[in-house]
Design a binder for this molecule. Structure first.
Ligand code: UDX
Length: 440
């Protein structure tokens, strides 16, 4: 099938490459001409393991194209996915400016039946808004002769985790499609047929809520684990053991119970905010979710307080930071806990040295006064402590003797419980994890 994807960010580009890999002919559109130029040269404009190789292969197979024209993509495609950004507004609402703008441009370019699919994470009822926008902006020939309006709108939320997005696309737990017509249902079922996976068919609003609810529930699990870590510290329990003991219960499940410095990224914070706002506007105060958000903020503050407590005087101290991205295997810095934590430490007068395997380029645009180093040993040089903020695999392979020699004093704050065993203590480090009690 001929498919158009509007928006080539983390969702749009991965979805476009993967849809072409399962047999469709895909044109990906972006209004950023520089980005389109790079994509046309075969350069992946985001870091996602495996994306560059798969994209190169699909371009070679002439199944994947790039354009800066929504009009061109609309004419060439029967199904057009809207995968543009929906950033959070100050009040927590999702900003749907880009979505409306794209819906209008698609409508103006329509010359035959089209299925328009919202892929971006959008609040419930957005599908209805898109439908209305398209009706208002259809080309005159459709409006003049009052012909039956040749389009459907559907919702097809994504459940891709950054760092494993291709695997998540190719092996989904389920595909969710929110449709209001048999034709739309059949088209989407045909698109995802090669994946041979469970397809949940529902209406548009329910599909939109499935997305919000899934992300918000995962965020709730994380905040529950983070709240547990605070209690474990107070009573002398080990949160790793507590969550391990919980996770064997199939009704709970082990995943997304890792205590740390909180969730970041482009989805969880935004989805939790948007779901709280949507509930409020619909007449329900989602207390539980507000507590999830509050717990997430408190977890970062508690981590800074731990560092202040153990360092004693922060002012003038050199703090080495390992990891900046919101999670490993991505370069994405959106809502990364490292931003709040570094800003707070700098406000206390700390000097920061930092390294991240992938997120340095983005980080250099975000942080001021940070010394960026090429590796962990550069970060440790002359540092009064080292702080782990992202659990990159390469930080597990560190030569700790060498690290210790580079530091002014051997103190480690492990914000992601990366170092689960006690060998650091045996090597003479003062080690502080999350919910692990005090080990030194
Ligand atoms: C998430 C959802 O998992 C995905 O389904 C949705 O489509 C997009 O948002 P993503 O944000 O890419 O994916 O990463 P994820 O692995 O879910 O981690 C989100 C945040 O939670 C990260 O900051 C991570 O560090 C944190 N996290 C995750 C924890 O703190 N503890 C955990 O146990 C798991």
């Amino acid at each position: 099938m001929n498919i158009g994807i509007i928006g080539t960010g983390y969702v749009g580009l991965v979805s476009g490459v993967c849809l072409s890999a399962i047999g469709h002919t895909v044109v990906c559109v972006d209004n950023d001409k520089e980005k389109v130029k790079k994509l046309r040269k075969g350069i992946a404009t985001i870091y996602e393991p495996g994306l560059q190789e798969l994209m190169t292969k699909q371009i070679k197979r002439k199944k994947l194209f790039f354009s800066d024209s929504i009009k061109e993509a609309t004419k060439r495609s029967q199904v057009i996915f809207i995968a543009v950004g929906t950033p959070s507004k100050k009040n927590g609402d999702a900003d749907l400016t880009y979505v409306e703008n794209v819906a209008r441009q698609i409508a103006e370019s329509m010359d035959s039946y089209k299925l328009i699919v919202e892929k971006s994470t959008v609040p419930a009822e957005t599908g209805k808004r898109i439908e209305h926008t398209i009706k208002l902006n259809l080309p005159k020939q459709f409006k003049a002769r009052n012909r039956s309006v040749p389009f459907d709108v559907a919702s097809n939320p994504e459940f891709l985790r950054e760092g494993s997005a291709i695997a998540d696309f190719m092996n989904p737990d389920r595909v969710v499609i929110g449709v209001e017509s048999k034709k739309a249902e059949e088209l989407l079922k045909e698109i995802y047929k090669p994946l041979k996976t469970k397809i949940i068919v529902t209406n548009i609003t329910s599909a939109e809520i499935i997305k919000h609810a899934s992300n918000s529930f995962l965020a709730t699990k994380i905040s529950f684990a983070n709240a547990l870590s605070q209690i474990c510290n107070l009573v002398g329990a080990d949160v790793l053991k507590v969550t391990e003991g919980m996770g064997y219960d199939k009704r709970i499940g082990a995943s997304f119970l890792n205590a740390g410095i909180g969730f970041g990224g482009s989805c969880f914070p935004k989805d939790v905010d948007a779901f709280i706002r949507l509930s409020e506007k619909s007449g329900y105060d989602f207390h539980l979710l507000r507590a999830v958000r509050q717990t997430n903020e408190e977890q970062k503050a508690a981590f800074v307080r731990l560092i202040e407590d153990k360092l004693w005087i922060v002012k003038g101290k050199t703090i080495g930071v390992l990891g900046l991205a919101f999670k490993p295997n991505t370069d994405d810095m959106r809502n990364a806990p490292s931003v709040d934590i570094i800003n707070r430490l700098q406000a206390e007068g700390a000097k920061i040295r930092a390294h991240d395997p992938q997120a340095m380029e983005h980080s250099k645009k975000i942080f001021k006064g940070v010394t960026f180093c090429n590796d962990a040993y550069g970060v440790a040089k002359g540092s009064d402590c080292v702080v782990v903020l992202t659990e990159w695999e390469e930080f597990r392979q560190i030569d700790f003797q060498r690290l210790r020699k580079a530091m002014r004093q051997p103190m480690i704050f492990d914000g992601r419980n990366l170092y689960k065993n006690d060998n650091l203590v045996e090597l003479g480090f003062e080690y502080y994890g999350i919910g692990r009690g005090e080990k030194s």
